[in-house]
Design a protein around this ligand. Sequence first.
Ligand code: GGG
Length: 351
Amino acid sequence: MKNFRIACLPGDGIGLEVMSAAQDVLQTAAEIHGGVVFDFTNFPWGSDYYVENGLMMPEDGIRQLKEFDTVFLGAVGNPKLVPDHISLWGMLIKIRRELELSLNVRPARVLRGIDSPLHSPNDFNFIVVRENSEGEYSEAGGVIHNGPDEIAVQNGIFTRKATERAIRYAFKLAKKRGSKVTSATKSNGIVHSMPFWDRIFNEVAAEYPDVETRSVHIDALSAFLVTKPETFDVIVASNLFGDILTDLGGAIMGSIGIAPSANLNPEGKYPSMFEPVHGSAPDIAGQGKANPLGQVWTASMMLDHLGLPELGAAILEACEEVTGEGIKTPDIGGTSSTEEVTAAICSALRK
Ligand code: GGG
């Protein structure tokens, strides 16, 4: 029997509902597999924790997470309780940085039975590799003066090491998929970091002469993801560009509630963390409307990473059986609740 210790951080809002759904699915998957145990430890960190303790997670939280095989996160943020930049930097970004989760991998394709809002919907299948440790997400800068002379300065940080790591990962992935790499740039407007990014992209590309490449400005790339998403395979992007592109990816998949992601520690030094792309959606929290598919698909990616790819594939296939039968939450045109979709995925797994 193989035991996997999973640190679960449901977080805020719908994070609690979708985490509970994904745990049910994982337990069902463990039952049918027979040879594995998923040992969940739930941590009550997030905005409520902040209200009580003045921190989103305890001082030794990172040390605690390092004891686990993997980290499974729901969603973070409750702007009624904690300003967004504090909740994000106090938990999600803190974990990404301190566990050195330098790559964020986010696939996008349409599941069976789901309608993309696009005109030619179902023929795309791309993966965004997002640099996850620096870039536009930076604490460098500040605000000076008051009143009409007030000035905010926000610096982006782009190191050769992190830029090259993300780009190189994208090329390796593209080589495995037998496909091409698109680089998201904006070197006509952002005159230091983006030409630097392009230069490193071209250097790495020279090592992969058999991989087709192109660089596309982020504004045009966003438009092309809507008009011809099928022309993309692996996209590599900086932290902010990757964040924006993958919300867009979720939207063209039918709902951001479906989109999964993996935050990887490439060296395996610390546990990797898996989280859906969506946020905490406080407007629908507690109403049974949250789409569990993003968290469940994320669980499937987590199992791939833990060396259980067949079980991960079985979970995703069960999701598609359910969506194919029309059992869906309201965000993708259904009438089923979070619990009903979850129960249907568990039944499909048991078949
Ligand atoms: N599922 C994690 C979550 O709550 N994401 C919301 C968010 O604001 N993410 C920003 C980011 O991925 O950088």
